[in-house]
Write a protein that binds this ligand. Structure first.
Ligand code: GTP
Ligand code: SPV
Ligand code: MN
Length: 587
């Protein structure tokens, strides 16, 4: 327990508000976590899985109304509405505090308040930031203990500083009608009520490490992004790092843990995971852009994860993991999800808690957004730099999304400013990671639409400024699309491990080793320059997914024009000029 006055004072206020029966301070010790796991199993909140097959693994089911982030109920409560911008929901802070306090008041009666001191980033790193989360859910405590660094060491690092983020989570009745995920960027405060699911309640993750941190980053000259970080080691043993921003459930975890195709492995290529969801980046002493993964674990999508698509993720989940909303196999007390294997259990319980037979049932057994929470240190390909507080230097930034058409497999921007344009026009088909319709194309700039804690026009401006600061040391910016489909709706590009072929071209471009074709949208590879060795894929098929359809891009330009209209005078003039250049190039 801390002696920090600003923490103690806030804690007293919150205790008076929510009125817990008792307060438990999370010290991060294995002993304390063990007791909490036992308690949660005794109450039925968690189910201990087969400890021989899955040591330290547990299953949890959320309420049916509480299975994903709720963007419509997520708010940025800046003092001025215009500071939240046109892409965020805004609420007036004073009135919102009052409303939330009314919901929170007395809601811990009969419950325990857990006080979680946590660090985003390795404890003591210059990149790192500290937060406190108060919660009445053991599930949240156990997840936070995997996803972040928690406990006494964090409090020692904070000392008596007032620079930390306040987080209050109240499960209340998990009433969807009274669910609010609210951010007060000017007060370093997050309040989340009436949910108990993932991104809504693990406050270190999207709420702090993206929404609050993006706001802090703009004020302090750094960047908080929805990006994976990965290292690619060539046969000479040199490792180059890239980051990639894809919208939720669009393949960040897959790319971050990629296994090189056979031919590449034989040559000695290796891939190292630094992060799979969030990157904090700032200029390093050498003037390059350096990145740290602020998280300590992976909150990954379960369905579709299997021995072929992502063996590293699967291996990561074999111990010390919490599974949420997957199938419970009663025969051997393990878990299952759609796309794990072709052998669904017959004697099982589905994510809703009902008996389920995988051979006869027509309904899905696992929720499409069911997830695993697994310690990063379990990952067979975790980078040796993962825990290093100094971060890794970034050679390339990659944007991408799910586009059935229009966007080619890969292209490079002509400059940093053009790269910011490429990020700003990202669009992707929606997924189950948030509630609402799935498969609808929407603009999702830099994959940050749901996560930018301030006006997106100012955010674009911040990107432009960062490029100016980095000058010729700035990473090169690319865009990829693994998701082009043929007439039958089937993915054309094999993807997954074979995406390394595209990464190889990207790194060759960074080193100026290969030339490219200049097109209206940027530099596209000559098809001969993407290595197809050992792949059942023809040069013609490749040319097909590298092709730029001018008609479609003219349509796209219209869509961008319309989207940009939202930002009014806050749209940086550099982006307006880039759009103009695109339109001219297409003529
Ligand atoms: P969040 O954790 O929600 O931020 O998402 P994420 O970006 O980490 O998502 P994840 O890696 O779990 O995305 C999984 C989805 O992407 C699954 O539907 C995969 O099948 C699909 N996917 C990933 N890589 C590829 C690929 O190379 N090709 C194709 N066609 N699909 C892919
Ligand atoms: C996402 O939706 O982008 C996630 C999962 O990474 S959650 O933590 O629920 O936001
Ligand atoms: Mn994410």
């Amino acid at each position: 327990m801390t002696k920090n006055n600003s923490v103690l004072k806030w804690l007293e206020e919150m205790k008076d508000l929510v009125v817990p029966d008792q307060v438990v301070w999370i010290d991060g010790s294995e002993e304390q976590l063990r007791r909490l796991r036992e308690e949660s199993c005794a109450t039925g909140e968690m189910i201990a899985l087969n400890q021989e097959k899955l040591p330290g693994c547990y299953l949890h089911r959320t309420k049916e109304n509480d299975v994903a982030r709720v963007e419509a109920r997520t708010f940025i409560c800046s003092r001025r509405e215009e500071d939240a911008g046109p892409t965020n929901n805004w609420r007036e802070p004073q009135e919102t505090y009052r409303m939330l306090y009314d919901i929170a008041r007395g809601s811990y009666r009969g419950r325990t308040m857990y006080v979680i001191p946590y660090s985003m980033g390795p404890v003591g790193s210059p990149f790192s930031k500290i937060g406190y989360e108060l919660t009445d859910s053991i599930y949240v405590v156990l997840n936070m203990a995997i996803m972040t660094r928690v406990g006494t060491a964090v409090e020692e690092a904070l000392g008596d500083s007032e620079d930390w983020v306040r987080g209050l989570h109240c499960s209340c009745e998990v009433d969807a009608e009274k669910r609010y995920i609210c951010h007060f960027p000017e007060d370093n405060t997050i309040i989340s009520v009436n949910s108990a699911y993932g991104g809504n309640v693990l406050l270190g993750k999207k709420c702090f490490a993206l929404r609050i941190a993006s706001y802090l980053g703009r004020n302090e000259g750094w960047m908080a992004e929805h990006m994976l970080i990965l290292g690619i080691e060539n046969p000479q043993g040199e490792v180059k790092y890239v980051t990639a921003a894809f919208p939720s459930a669009c393949g960040k975890t897959n790319l971050a843990m990629l296994i090189p195709p056979e031919g590449y492995r034989a040559k000695g290529y290796k891939v190292w995971t630094v992060g799979d969801d969030i990157a904090w980046m700032r200029p390093g002493p050498d003037g390059r852009l350096w990145a740290v993964n602020p998280e300590n674990g992976f909150f990954g999508v379960a369905p579709g994860t299997n021995q072929k698509s992502n063996p590293n993720a699967l291996a990561t989940t074999q111990k010390g993991t919490i599974f949420t909303n997957v199938v419970h196999n009663l025969d051997d007390n393990t878990v299952w999800w759609e796309g794990l294997d072709k052998n669904p259990p017959e004697n099982a319980i589905d994510w809703k808690g009902n008996p389920w037979n995988g051979k006869t049932s027509t309904e899905k057994g696992a929720h499409p957004n069911s997830r695993f929470t697994a310690p990063a240190k379990n990952c067979p390909c975790i980078s040796k730099e993962f825990d290093s507080g100094k971060g890794v230097p970034i050679s390339a930034i990659i944007f991408g999304g799910r586009r059935a058409q229009t966007t080619p497999l890969v292209y490079q921007s002509r400059s940093w400013e053009h790269g910011v344009f490429v990020g700003s026009i990202m669009a992707s088909e929606t997924t189950a990671a948030a509630t609402g319709a799935v498969g609808v194309v929407r603009r999702d700039p830099m994959a940050m639409l749901p996560f930018c804690g301030y006006h997106m026009g100012d955010y674009f401006g911040h990107w432009i400024d960062m490029g100016r600061k980095l000058g010729d040391k700035a990473p090169k910016i690319f865009n990829v699309n693994w998701f082009r489909v043929d007439e039958e709706g089937k993915f054309i590009w094999p993807g997954f491990g074979d995406n390394l072929r595209v990464l190889e071209w990207i790194l060759a471009r960074c080193d100026g080793e290969v030339d490219a074709e200049e097109t209206p949208i940027g530099y596209v590879p000559h098809s001969k320059d993407i290595n197809l060795e050992g792949l059942d894929f023809t040069q013609e098929q490749l040319e097909d997914i590298l092709a730029i359809d001018k008609e479609k891009w003219m349509q796209e330009a219209k869509g961008i024009e319309e989207f940009y209209g939202k930002f009014g005078g806050k749209l940086p003039k550099e982006l307006r000029e880039q759009l103009h250049t695109l339109e001219e190039n297409l003529k």
